[in-house]
Design a protein around this ligand. Structure first.
Ligand code: NAD
Length: 243
């Protein structure tokens, strides 16, 4: 979703800095955008570390001149039962999904004040609406973002900074398909398993999973002047799955 959003922003004329814990992945997306005629740079960012945020904001301002939109599409999930969720998993998910957004706000607000305006966009989930029996930290972090988004929206409205939470349902990405360090999957959980794929599809009234591009379009809209009065709210992009 992060790369689809960066591509769409660049296509619409934004200069973008792609930041990821994997510098290689960020650089590859930036190169693709530059090769297509856009303006992009990249930097390494571990969202759970405030010093890393400071570096990423400085790198963005240095390369692009100013920062006025921050899209935080990082995240982590360990799909295990409550019994099997370890303290280490809990801390990692809270650190990345929730504290990562808090630290991001703290880091970008001074830069947005220098610009004179700003938009901060977070990614929620169906777990921002309802929580399952498994992976308690995921649900806690994602519903926590509802409060964090409102809190930031209230705190920074006077600085012309909006903050919005965008909550997708099932999106066909690495997050639910592949086995990665930040989002481990096995045959039991991956959408490579047709049973899982069909289950997610069947729970979506629109009859298909979301594609990253569906979500990117909402991340674009929420940053535009057309969304000037949207702040502190959650927009669901879920094909009706959250009903
Ligand atoms: N795919 C879905 O079905 C779905 C649905 C709802 C919400 N989400 C949310 O979307 C986000 C994931 O996006 P995606 O689906 O494009 O998955 P993805 O796995 O393709 O992307 C997640 C990105 O986050 C990065 N990341 C992980 N830990 C990081 C850290 N500490 N610092 C910086 N970057 C870090 C990863 O390197 C990766 O590039 C998560 O917040 C997830 O909860 C996903």
């Amino acid at each position: 979703m992060g790369s689809a959003t960066a591509r769409l922003y660049a296509h619409e004329g934004s200069d973008v800095c792609i930041a990821d814990v994997s510098g290689e992945r960020a650089e590859a997306v930036a190169k693709e955008i530059v090769d297509a005629g856009g303006r992009a740079t990249s930097t390494v960012l571990d969202v759970s570390q405030s010093a890393s945020w400071e570096n990423a904001v400085s790198a963005t301002e240095e390369a692009l001149g100013h920062l006025d939109i921050m899209v935080n599409l990082s995240g982590s999930n360990y799909r295990v039962s409550f019994d099997d969720q370890t303290e280490e998993m809990w801390r990692r998910m809270i650190d990345v999904n929730l504290t990562g957004c808090f630290l991001g706000i703290k880091a970008v607000v001074p830069a947005m004040r220098r610009t004179g305006r700003g938009v901060i966009l977070h990614v929620g989930s169906l777990a921002s609406i309802r929580q399952g029996a498994g992976s308690p930290a995921y649900g806690v972090s994602k519903i926590g973002l509802v409060a964090l988004t409102r809190s930031a929206a209230r705190a920074y409205a006077g600085d012309k900074i909006r903050c919005v939470l965008i909550s997708p349902s099932h999106v066909d990405t690495n997050f639910i398909r592949n086995d990665s360090e930040h989002s481990p999957n096995s045959w039991e959980t991956s959408i490579d398993n047709p049973e899982n794929y069909e289950r997610r599809k069947a729970s979506t009234p629109q009859g298909r999973l979301c594609e990253p591009e569906d979500i990117a379009k909402t991340f674009l809209f929420a940053a535009t002047e057309e969304a000037a009065m949207i702040t502190g709210s959650m927009i669901t992009v879920d094909g009706g799955a959250g009903m």
